[in-house]
Design a protein around this ligand. Structure first.
Ligand SMILES: C[S@@+](CC[C@H](N)C(=O)[O-])C[C@H]1O[C@@H](n2cnc3c(N)ncnc32)[C@H](O)[C@@H]1O
Length: 389
C-alpha cells in the first residue's frame, strides 16, 4: 500500500505505540453523536468541535467551581458553554470572529419571547411568499458579497436567504438579533449546493436542496426550545459573570491574559494540515459579513506550523498558575510523524511536566470513509501537562 493511503492496521499500531510510549493512564468513552451535543451545543456546526462531555469530565475531575478556565482555541465553543455551565470563570480565545460569534450566542442565557418570534417568522414568510408570486421582479434587498454566489446557491435560495437576513438585520435587540443570525448561519450550508459535511467546500451534484424558509423556521423553533432548557438548567446565574471571549492570536495571548492567572486550560489546537477553518466556513463568514483572519494569523496555514504551535504552547505555559494543569486534546493521525510526540516535546521544552494521556475512542464505522481518507482518527488523546510549583 502506498504511503498515506488509508490503512486501519497501521493506524491502530500507531495508536498502540503512542499509548505505550506516552503513559496511557485511562480510557474514556465519550459519546459524539448529535444527541451528545445537548442544550445549546447543537446550535451551530463547527469543524473539528470536541464533544462537550470531554470538557465537563476534565473540568469536574481537575478543577473547582470559581476557577479560571481558559480555552485559547475555542472553535465552536463546546468548552465555553461547559465552563460557564459548571460555574468556572471562563475565558475563550480564537483567531476567528465566527468562533467568537458562535460561542457567545451559545453561552449567553436569553429569555425566549415566543410571541415576538412568531410575529417575525410570519413577517418573513409573507415577504418571501409575496416576492415569490411576482417571481422576484421587484426584489431590491441587499445580498452580501459571497464569492461565486451563483455557483454555491440557486437563485431562489439567494433571494430567500437575503429576505431572511434583511428582516433579522432590522431587529434592535442585539441578543435577539444574534440568536436569529446564528440560526440563519446554521442553515447556510444545507441550502447551498455544497456537501453538508463540515469539510472543504465542494459541490454535491444533484443535491436535493431543502426549502429555505421551512428550514429556518424549524431551526429557530428548535433553538428556542434548546435555549429555554439551557436557561432552566442554569438556574440562578446572577452570581456568575459571562465568559470573556476574544478574537485574538494565541501567540500574543499574554497581551490580554495576565501571566500566572489561569487555573486550568483545556484546548484542541489545529492540526497544521493547511485546511483552514475559515475556508471550511467561508459561506458563513461571507453571508454574515464577518472579517476573515488572514493566512499569517491562522496557525494551520503558517509555513512552519510546528514552530508557531510551540509559540502558542509557550503562551499557555505563561498564563497558567504554578501547580495547575493544561490539557491538550489531539487525535493522532495515521502518519508516523506523530503530532502527539511533537506536542509533548514542545510542551516539555517550554517547561511543562508531562503526566500522561487519556485515550478517547471515536466511535465511527470505517465504511463511512473513503479508502484514501488519510485523516481518519479513531482516537483522541487528552494529553495532561502540569506547570510545576
Ligand atoms: C481544532 S479547532 C478547535 C475546536 C474546538 N475545540 C471546538 O470544540 O469547536 C482549532 C481552532 O484554532 C483556531 N486558531 C487557528 N489559529 C489560531 C491562532 N493563531 N490563535 C488562536 N486561535 C487560532 C481556529 O480558528 C480553530 O477554531
Amino acid at each position: 500500500m502506498k504511503k498515506g493511503n488509508f490503512n486501519i492496521n497501521r493506524i491502530n499500531r500507531n495508536i498502540k505505540n503512542v499509548e505505550n510510549k506516552f503513559n496511557k493512564i485511562d480510557e474514556w468513552l465519550i459519546p459524539r453523536d448529535r444527541f451528545s451535543f445537548y442544550l445549546t451545543h447543537d446550535f451551530h456546526p463547527y469543524f473539528a468541535a470536541y464533544p462537550p462531555e470531554l470538557v465537563s469530565r476534565i473540568l469536574n475531575k481537575y478543577s473547582n467551581v470559581g476557577d479560571v478556565f481558559l480555552d485559547p482555541f475555542m472553535g465552536g465553543g463546546s468548552s465555553i458553554v461547559e465552563g460557564f455551565r459548571l460555574k468556572r470563570k471562563t475565558i475563550g480565545i480564537d483567531i476567528s470572529p465566527l468562533s467568537k460569534f458562535i460561542s457567545e450566542v451559545k453561552t449567553k442565557p436569553f429569555i425566549i419571547d415566543e410571541k415576538k418570534i412568531r410575529k417575525l417568522l410570519l413577517k418573513i414568510r409573507e415577504d418571501i411568499f409575496k416576492h415569490n408570486l411576482d417571481n422576484y421582479k421587484n426584489f431590491d434587498y441587499p445580498t452580501p458579497n459571497v464569492t461565486n454566489i451563483s455557483k454555491w446557491f440557486k437563485k431562489n435560495v439567494r433571494f430567500e436567504l437575503s429576505i431572511i437576513l434583511y428582516h433579522i438585520n432590522k431587529i434592535k435587540n442585539i441578543t435577539f438579533k444574534k440568536f436569529l443570525l446564528l440560526a440563519f448561519s446554521s442553515i447556510i450550508r444545507k441550502v447551498s449546493n455544497a456537501k453538508n459535511a463540515q469539510q472543504h467546500l465542494c459541490i454535491k451534484k444533484d443535491k436535493k436542496i431543502p426549502q429555505v424558509y421551512s428550514l429556518f423556521e424549524e431551526k429557530v423553533k428548535l433553538m428556542s426550545n434548546q435555549m429555554k432548557e439551557y436557561v432552566t438548567k442554569l438556574g440562578s446565574i446572577s452570581n456568575y459573570t459571562l465568559p470573556k471571549l476574544y478574537v485574538y492570536d494565541i501567540r500574543k495571548m499574554t497581551n490580554i491574559i495576565e501571566p500566572n492567572s489561569v487555573d486550568i486550560i483545556i484546548t484542541s489546537p489545529p492540526y497544521g494540515t493547511g485546511s483552514r477553518y475559515t475556508d471550511v466556513h467561508r459561506l458563513n463568514f461571507e453571508w454574515l459579513n464577518l472579517k476573515k483572519p488572514n493566512k499569517k494569523e491562522t496557525l494551520e496555514t503558517t509555513s512552519d506550523f510546528k514552530l508557531e504551535l510551540k509559540k502558542g504552547i509557550e503562551e499557555m505555559y505563561k498564563v497558567l498558575k504554578k501547580g495547575k494543569y493544561c490539557f491538550i486534546v489531539y487525535g493522532d493521525p495515521s502518519t508516523e510523524d506523530s503530532i502527539t510526540k511533537e506536542v509533548i516535546k514542545d510542551a516539555l521544552n517550554v517547561g511543562f511536566k508531562y503526566e500522561g494521556l487519556i485515550s478517547c475512542p471515536i466511535e465511527k464505522t470505517i465504511s463511512n470513509h473513503h479508502e484514501k481518507y488519510r485523516r481518519f482518527i479513531p482516537k483522541d488523546f487528552i494529553l495532561i501537562f502540569k506547570k510545576s510549583n
